[in-house]
Design a binder for this molecule. Structure first.
Ligand code: OAD
Length: 247
């Protein structure tokens, strides 16, 4: 496969989804291997579950915490980190991710907007509590953890279905899209808002738009101009012409 020439672009925005972490052993939500084929997200990843059965949320995402103790960034993460590192000061690069696993940062990516939060952090479910989100390795799958400041249940610092994206993150993401000239979405089913709509904004400002995924988007999104189908961990090093093999 021929590599793409990105040298003429000055403001690049990349959107990633769960497919980028598949080669690190983290299951995507949709598609053939998707978690939502087996688990009903309304019973474990919806904001209403915070009231009815908050431990179910810990049981689902606590497993991911445990997996992340050993999971490593793969060639897709490493390619994007190396790509960003190679940028000149006249170029801007923003990596917007829907992933909550923190693997982009572990690979070395710097300008990352974690739209849906980070599963490695815990915060209080009481919106008026002063506890700040903190790094927490415990999966809390057996016992609901309680805030020591206000006695409310603790929760993962992630965005559940039915919740808003934190305003600052959404603002930063939209600001980066305002004057981007290249937009690439990688490993995402393109079904979850607001990220699903970002390509439309990029197209509106005249950016080149590229979709890289294992399978075609269903239904096809007309705002993508180019599509490359395959595994992100295999395609990215080739398309970006970046060597990430360990030496
Ligand atoms: P999805 O699970 O919806 O989509 C992942 C896409 O990646 C699918 O189209 C897969 O076919 C594709 N895929 C799988 N393996 C791949 C690989 N090795 N290389 C390239 N593509 C691959 O993930 P997202 O679009 O990120 O939200 O999902 C968006 C949100 O929905 C998630 O952030 C999560 C979920 O519910 C929350 O948890 C709030």
């Amino acid at each position: 496969m021929q590599s793409l020439d990105f040298s003429c672009y000055r403001n690049i925005v990349i959107l990633t989804g769960a497919g980028v972490s598949a080669a690190s052993g983290i299951r995507p939500f949709r598609g053939q291997e998707g978690l939502w084929n087996e688990i009903n997200p309304l019973k474990s990843a919806d904001s209403s579950v915070l009231q009815t059965n908050p431990l179910a949320i810990w049981q689902l995402f606590g497993t991911l915490r445990t997996q992340l103790e050993t999971a490593q960034p793969n060639a897709a993460h490493l390619t994007l980190a190396k790509f960003e590192a190679g940028f000149s000061s006249s170029q801007q690069f923003t990596l917007i991710t829907q992933n909550i696993d923190g693997l982009h940062q572990r690979a070395g990516s710097r300008n990352v907007i974690e739209l849906h939060g980070n599963v490695n952090y815990t915060r209080c479910s009481n919106p008026t509590c002063s506890l700040t989100a903190y790094l927490d390795k415990s999966p809390h799958k057996d016992l609901l953890p309680i805030c020591q400041l206000c006695n409310y249940p603790l929760r993962l610092d992630i965005v559940l279905f039915g919740e808003q994206i934190p305003a600052k993150k959404e603002w930063l993401a939209k600001r980066s899209l305002r004057d981007c000239d290249l937009f690439i979405a990688i490993g995402t089913s393109g079904t979850v808002w607001p990220a699903a709509n970002f390509v439309r904004s990029a197209n509106y400002v005249g950016a080149k738009t590229i979709f890289i995924n294992l399978e075609p988007m269903k239904p096809k999104n007309p705002y993508f101009q180019e599509e490359y189908l395959g595994r992100a961990e295999e395609l990215l090093p080739l398309l970006f012409n970046i060597d990430v093999t360990p030496h």
